[in-house]
Design a protein around this ligand. Structure first.
Ligand code: PGA
Length: 251
C-alpha cells in the first residue's frame, strides 16, 4: 500500500452487540481521533444504526448496514431495503458476506441482485468473496472467488465516483481465530484485483480489504501487503479494546 493511499478500517459488529451496547461502543469511538489517511466505517445491527449514526454524526466514522434485500418496499417480512438504509444515513452495505452465503444460503445470483439494488440506492457496496476450506483443499479457491466476482460484477454499470470495495474473506478464517497467512491473502487479493480490472477496466480502481480473524496482533501484517488497502474486522471490532488495538498506530 502506498503511503498516500487511504487505509480502510471497517468493523462488522454482526449480531454481537445489542442496540444499547452498540450505542455505548459508538460513544467511545466518537472520542477517537482519526488521521486523514484512515477511512473508518462500522456496521452495527440494523436496529442500532439510527442511534449510532446520531452519535457519530460529527465524526468522520461512517456507518453501513450488514445486509439488504433487493426489493425497495413491499411484503417481504423481516427484510430491510437499500433505500431505507440510505434514508437513515448509511453509506455502505456489506453484500455476500460468508455468513449470509453459508448460514442463510444466499446464492451468487442473489448477491448480484443485491449489488444492483445497492447501487440504485446510491450506496457503496462492500462485496465479500472467499472460499471454504473444502474448496481450498480441492485447489478450487481461485475458481470459486472468480465466479463470485463475475456473477456480482459482470456488466454492471459502475457509477463514477463510487468506491469499488471488495473484501477477500476466506470462509475458514472467519470467526475461527485462524487468520490467512498474509502472503496468501496478498496473492488472493492480487487475483481479486486482476479479475475486477478485467471486468471493469482500470478506471474502476478496485480497493481490496482482507477479513478473517484480524486481531491487534496481526492487523499490521495484512496492511503491509501491497494489494491490501484495509481490513474488514468482525469479532475484534465489536470490542473497544481490541478495535483500538487494531487501529491505534493508524489513527
Ligand atoms: P472475524 O470476522 O474478524 O470475526 O473473523 C470477519 C468478518 O466476518 O468480516
Amino acid at each position: 500500500m502506498a503511503q498516500s493511499e487511504k487505509i480502510y478500517l471497517f468493523g462488522n459488529w454482526k449480531m454481537y452487540l445489542t442496540p444499547k451496547e452498540s450505542a455505548a461502543l459508538a460513544r467511545s469511538l466518537s472520542k477517537t481521533k482519526l488521521s486523514k489517511q484512515v477511512k473508518m466505517a462500522v456496521f452495527p445491527t440494523a436496529l442500532a444504526i439510527e442511534s449510532v449514526n446520531k452519535i457519530l454524526k460529527s465524526t468522520k466514522i461512517a456507518t453501513g448496514v450488514q445486509n439488504v434485500y433487493w426489493q425497495e418496499k413491499g411484503g417481504f417480512t423481516g427484510e430491510v431495503s437499500a433505500s431505507m438504509s440510505k434514508e437513515i444515513g448509511c453509506k455502505y452495505v456489506l453484500v455476500g458476506h460468508s455468513e449470509r452465503r453459508h448460514l442463510f444460503k444466499e446464492s451468487n445470483s442473489e448477491v448480484r441482485q443485491k449489488m444492483e439494488a445497492i447501487l440504485n440506492a446510491k450506496l457503496t457496496p462492500v462485496l465479500c468473496v472467499g472460499e471454504t476450506l473444502a474448496e481450498r483443499k480441492e485447489a478450487a479457491a481461485e475458481k470459486v472467488v472468480e465466479e463470485q466476482l463475475r456473477t456480482a460484477l459482470n456488466g454492471l454499470n459502475w457509477p463514477a465516483g463510487t468506491e469499488l470495495i471488495i473484501a477477500y474473506e476466506p470462509v475458514w478464517s472467519i470467526g475461527t481465530g485462524v487468520a490467512c497467512d498474509p502472503a496468501e491473502a496478498e496473492r488472493m487479493s492480487a487475483l481479486v484485483e486482476q479479475i475486477a480490472l478485467r471486468l471493469f477496466g482500470a478506471e474502476a480502481r478496485p480497493l481490496i480489504l482482507y477479513g478473517g480473524s484480524v486481531q491487534p496482533e496481526n492487523a499490521a501484517e495484512f496492511l503491509a501487503q501491497p494489494h491490501l488497502r484495509g481490513v474488514l474486522v468482525g469479532g475484534a471490532s465489536a470490542n473497544l479494546k481490541s478495535w483500538l488495538g487494531i487501529t491505534k498506530n493508524l489513527c
